[in-house]
Design a protein around this ligand. Structure first.
Ligand SMILES: [Zn+2]
Ligand SMILES: [Zn+2]
Length: 144
């Protein structure tokens, strides 16, 4: 068996710890108004499938941010822990909470039409509107 290295992280106060072996090394920024209100700015996140585990789950607060997704945070220090799709428990994790040195590429920005004019990232990325993102995420079977 090949060794799967676990990527680990934690919240600011250490009450919640996170580990995953399924991190996607592509970082995406979300400029939507909910992310910006949640964190005060664009959310920089990495996609992880459902292979995410937490320690200190009693310290995790969960906010239902939409019909399809919820957002987790440490209820001791307020660190944002995840954006999770309710249907398949797919996770998007704020990349700053990982402690391990990761080989990451920032190459996607979504909800680009909601990005305010007062900032812009200099990285060359693919940019998608919210509409384009949802069209990509909707499985073809649901169009039947
Ligand atoms: Zn904490
Ligand atoms: Zn967003």
């Amino acid at each position: 068996m090949s060794e799967l290295s676990l990527v680990k992280g934690s919240c600011l106060c250490g009450a919640v710890k996170i580990a995953t072996a399924s991190i996607n090394h592509h970082v995406a920024a979300c400029h939507c108004s909910i992310c910006r209100k949640w964190g005060g700015g664009a959310l920089l996140g990495v996609e992880c499938d459902n292979g995410v585990s937490f320690e200190g789950t009693e310290n995790i607060g969960v906010y239902q941010s939409s019909e399809w997704a919820e957002r987790g945070f440490c209820n001791k220090c307020g660190t944002h822990l995840f954006y999770r799709l309710k249907e398949n428990h797919h996770y998007y994790i704020p990349v700053g909470i990982f402690d391990s040195k990761l080989d990451l590429v920032f190459d996607l920005q979504v909800f680009i039409e909601e990005k305010p004019a007062y900032y812009s990232f200099a990285n060359e990325t693919k940019n998608m509107t919210g509409e384009e993102l949802f069209a990509m995420l909707t499985p073809p079977s649901s169009q039947e």
